[in-house]
Design a protein around this ligand. Structure first.
Ligand code: SF4
Length: 339
């Protein structure tokens, strides 16, 4: 991908990232030359189906890919201008929490059932700040208030909290050291719709208040519309379309992105049938030679079977990787009207 911004305008800048898992059944190619960047203080939605490489992307940024069997085989990851590939394990431990934090889908995997909530937040704080235990607990209670939990509930254990409250605790832990980049991996999938909206609203307000950058990993284009500035669509370990919300939602280009929109429930007409994308994600041990979406695409041609598409830009931000488009596809007036 080409971009004209200088390095230091990005919170995160990933170029050509490839990650493999070597298993007895073959090499799983989880990420295949992924490009992704987030401008400082903005929020990017990374959207795709299960198995597209979303979580591997999050874990790569934290350098938490289990090795073996996983390995980053190519590419670069820069966090606030600094090359993460050069960092030692010790340096990464400092970076995690302080510069970048990740919230996982299931709050229970992140919480210790036998320790109080304030204890767990205080521990996260003390990993990065030289505070006495009592001071860290005091700060932990402040962070609880920040995520909408009364401070006195800090003395309770995770099982005493509802699902939505538990996820707020996990968010409190992630925020406790004021990370500059927050990675949220399907943070509200396990919650019911009303609670989901409350948690998302809270995250949005906190992000704006602290000027944090955010990577929201989700399969849900509705969540992205609520909380993100830009969106990258991921398929078989590659970003196939990227742009601002307006670009991708109003000028959708890639057949896969169109399929994702068509498979969204229609809130106005609940009797309308959903149109799921036909077929399945390709086997990551045996990816198609050309475009990875080819076996599922209604527009596929012979060329798509053999030649991998490269990014074609509709404007400075919006690009698509698909042979349906070339540099002449987008007339100049459309390009300038979107800048
Ligand atoms: Fe479909 Fe070909 Fe475009 Fe791939 S490159 S999405 S197969 S038209």
């Amino acid at each position: 991908m080409e971009h004209n911004m200088s390095q230091n305008e990005f919170a995160l800048d990933i170029r050509g990232l490839s990650v493999e898992y070597r298993t007895d059944e073959g090499t799983v190619k989880a990420l295949n030359g992924l490009n992704l960047s987030i401008k400082k203080g903005t929020s990017l939605g990374l959207v795709g189906e299960t198995g597209a490489g979303k979580t591997t992307t999050g874990l790569s940024i934290l350098k938490l890919i289990p090795d073996p069997p996983g390995k980053i085989v190519n590419g670069s990851i820069e966090l606030f201008g600094s090359d993460l590939m050069e960092k030692s394990d010790k340096q990464m431990r400092k970076i995690r929490g302080k510069e970048v934090s990740m919230i996982f889908q299931d709050p229970m995997t992140s919480l210790d059932p036998i320790r109080t909530v304030e204890d767990q937040i205080a521990e996260a704080i003390r990993k990065h700040e030289n505070l006495k235990r009592a001071d860290a607990v005091k700060k932990a209670r402040d962070v609880l208030e920040l995520v909408g939990i009364p401070a006195h509930r800090g003395k309770e254990y995770p099982h005493q909290f509802s699902g939505g409250m538990k996820q707020r605790v996990v968010i409190a832990i992630a925020l406790s050291c004021n990370p500059q980049l927050l990675i949220a991996d399907e943070p509200t999938t396990a919650l019911d719709v009303t609670i989901q909206a409350q948690v998302l609203d809270m995250m949005k307000k906190l992000r704006e208040k602290y000027g944090m950058s955010m990577l929201m990993i989700t399969h849900d284009l509705g969540i992205v519309a609520d909380i993100c500035d830009e969106v990258s669509i991921i398929y078989a370990g590659q970003v196939v379309e990227h742009g601002t919300l307006d670009d991708v939602y109003r000028h959708t280009l890639h057949p896969y992105t169109k399929g994702l929109f068509d498979s969204l429930p229609n809130m106005e007409d609940r009797t309308a049938k959903l149109k799921p994308i036909k077929g399945l994600m390709p086997d990551p041990r045996d990816l198609p030679k050309g475009c990875a979406f080819c076996p599922r695409c209604d527009f596929a041609t012979e060329r798509c079977k053999t030649e991998a598409p490269v990014p074609v830009y509709r404007n400075q931000e919006h690009y698509v990787c698909c042979h349906l488009y070339n540099s002449e596809s987008f007339c100049q007036s459309e390009v300038t009207s979107n800048e």
